[in-house]
Design a protein around this ligand. Structure first.
Ligand code: KG4
Ligand code: ZN
Length: 358
């Protein structure tokens, strides 16, 4: 089965073609970072318009790279949510137009489910069950993943996501959006311990986290600096910030291993590209004889391949009758606010999430 994956939930247009036998055949990403940089963050309307410009061009590129004709695609997977409403609608309408024209099914995928399954594109790929640490610009969560579609939220940030804290720290240090890679580079030149920052909720008894106090600590340090443009100061502050985030994420990962008894960890989402986090998690897991998996570097941030993988897994579980019925489902939706628990079990109420979404 060949599945075309389309991701357009935020500021990356991603398209990929995956084959159930041969794996990932080709993928292409267009990032809008340069376009949004002037505004210091993502401008939703500009994002939607740019997705319109890019998505079909990328789809053609992917098919050409893979040497596959349009008529040989068996299904389409598209990000249904969460994300920016207009941006999601672009992906959904293009996916359904292609699906209609080719008479093939289109499945909507939860963006986080895509991140969660992106490590299945790594070699070796993790087996179920595993603990997933999802660290992106919008989410920081621990999930217990027992099987495809069986996700249990174990803990999450109570305020800012780790990626968001990276982006805000970068801004305070005078670096451009998105800040993760820039802060990571500065931290490499910093001296460990030169700036000590708080590690919020490090010893809390659960797997919840908090990063907004850390952001405030960075702001205070910048405000109190004799010269906030001094290179050594910026590097040391970045180092203090990265060490604090990494310490919290590593400690909570170890706690997740201990409380679930599952010794297999998958790290995904944009922040999983972070060098310092990768090195610390690899070492901490090695000491506890646990395995840790990361998506291939190019597939850590948003991409079409993760959506194709998640969609293909769902399609492969369909009976031939369900697959045929899916071809005739013409309606579609974009779900800007949509939790993974809602996606996995649409009728269940998740008490942890219920109060946060409204
Ligand atoms: O998963 P993603 O591409 O988009 C969302 O779904 O949010 O994650 C983007 C986030 C941004 O906050 C960005 O600063 C962060 O991932 N990020 C990094 C690195 N690369 C991207 N954070 C730390 N270190 C990196 N190398
Ligand atoms: Zn993402």
């Amino acid at each position: 089965m060949k599945v075309l994956g389309i991701e357009s939930s935020c500021d990356e247009t991603g398209v990929a073609l995956i084959d159930s036998e041969k794996g990932l055949l080709a993928h292409a990403i267009h990032t809008q970072i340069d376009m949004h940089r002037a505004y210091g963050g993502v401008v939703p309307e500009l994002a939607s318009r740019d997705h319109i410009r890019r998505v079909l061009v990328l789809a053609d590129q992917v098919l050409e790279k893979a040497g596959v004709a349009k008529k040989d695609i068996n299904a389409i997977a598209v990000t249904e949510g969460p994300g920016l409403a207009g941006a999601l609608l672009v992906g959904a309408s293009v996916a359904h137009a292609i699906g209609y024209a080719l008479n093939i099914p289109v499945v909507g995928v939860h963006h986080l489910e895509g991140h969660l399954l992106s490590a299945r594109l790594a070699d070796p790929a993790p087996e179920f069950p595993f603990i997933a640490l999802l660290v992106s610009g919008g989410h920081t969560q621990f999930m217990k993943v027992e099987a495809f579609g069986k996700y249990e939220l174990l803990g999450e940030t109570l305020d800012d996501a780790a990626g968001e804290a990276f982006d805000k720290t970068a801004q305070l240090l005078g670096e451009c959006y998105p800040g993760g890679p820039a802060v990571s580079r500065l931290a490499e030149e910093g001296t460990p311990g030169a700036v000590e920052l708080p590690r919020p909720m490090l010893h809390s008894p659960n797997l919840d986290m908090s990063f907004s106090g850390l952001k405030t600590a960075v702001l205070t340090a910048v405000n109190n600096a004799a010269d906030k443009t001094d290179h050594a100061f910026r590097c040391n502050l970045a180092r203090g910030f990265v060490d604090a985030v990494v310490d919290v994420l590593v400690a909570k990962t170890i706690k997740a291993i201990k409380t679930t008894g599952i010794k297999r960890v998958v790290v995904a989402g944009g922040v999983s590209a972070n060098k310092q986090l990768r090195a610390a998690l690899i070492e901490a897991c090695r000491r506890r004889r646990a395995e840790v998996f990361f998506p291939p570097m190019a597939l850590c941030t948003d991409n079409g391949a993760m959506i194709a993988v998640a969609g293909m897994t769902r399609l492969m579980q369909m009976s031939p009758a369900e697959f045929e019925a899916a071809k005739k489902r013409w309606s579609f939706s974009a779900k800007p606010r949509w939790t993974l628990s809602q996606a996995a079990a649409p009728d269940a109420v998740d008490p942890r999430q219920a109060h946060r979404n409204h």
